[in-house]
Design a protein around this ligand. Sequence first.
Ligand SMILES: [Zn+2]
Length: 428
Amino acid sequence: MRRDTLTLQARYVFPVENPPIEDGVVCIQQGRIGWVGPASDRPGDLDLGNVAIVPGFVNAHTHLELASLDSQKTQGNLERASRTGSEDEVAWLRRVVDQRRKGSNQTLKESVGHNLKASIEAGTTLLADTTTAGLSWEQVAGASLRAVVFAELIGLKRYRGLQTSDAAWNWLATIRPETQVAACARPGLSPHAPYSTSEWLYHKAAGSRLPLSTHLAEMPEELRLLEHRDGPLRQFLEDMDAWDEDWEPLGPRPADYVRRGELRDADWVIAHGTYFDPSEFWQLRPEAAPNDHRVAVAFCPRTHARFGHAPHPYRAMLEKGVVVCLGTDSLASSPSLSILDEIRFLHHRDPSLSGELLLTMATLFGAWALRAETATGSLRPGKAADLAIIPLPDRSSADPHCLVLESDEPVLATVFEGDFVTGPWMGI
Ligand SMILES: [Zn+2]
């Protein structure tokens, strides 16, 4: 039977909104955080030992239905990757489309189940999933985490856009608050990307008043298509029979897709955002969104590295006040669905980046982007006790964040609303 109160003790507690606490405790009362502080003030009921307690991670961009492509890698891709150290993204897109076309709903749902489990084991307690016509909804809504499930809208050709929007709205019609499998999951819509999704679908999505997500400023080929209507993406679309001769971009710049007219009247999570021009950053600041609407960039570091892009401007964006959170993207482009792996990767590449900032991007900024910061994202009394427990190395460091970041120990346990949902303390 669940205890009403449980106080967890750990070598370090990272509240995120306050400095790390050595020998700290988190007091859980009926699934919520009741108190956070030093064990000297209030000893724990359960000493977890040499671990860190951090808020559960927020994965602000993934596709649970996609599996790894690496077993299908063609010789040409492998040769190109070994020559350049990176992979051609348009060629990769062809392989993703191929995987999806070959996959039945059953195989896609199997991927969702597997990837959902891996996400929770990796300490994820809030997740943004982009899925075909709400396919992942029941599995995600029934799992021990919070989520926003974005149904994908795609199509430059009118009939294709109608197919995907009909499928998405049919799914939305099945969701009623009173029959919702879990109160912790919310539906959203995702116009896929400017190169694949026509203008009217973006406007229709914005009119839904649901949270929205889109891939934007993802690759140079996208900018070329928006400016000149040609290049490798046009060739890709023609080869897929998806090109529409009459297509006109919503605007010449990626920011037009989230900032023009009524498109500003929505919450947007922008996946990637690598190729925004610095002159567009101001449009991505929270202040630029009217009526408390939100806009945030979900940077996916290891996916970004895979394709050999220009450096991601996340540091410049953060300095300009843009909220940059983190995503893994899917297993088709990332080796795991762990946000901890993503921040360790960033720390390894750039040790000058503050560990405090990385942890904030991995938790609180993602919670804000998904409008869940009052419920989760930091260890503050009143929020849900959504936690990740991370083993620490047997050494000390002037900055305790380095103990978390300079290690390859995976998350040991995940706590959702006060219950251990993975790891050795399940059932306590
Ligand atoms: Zn994506």
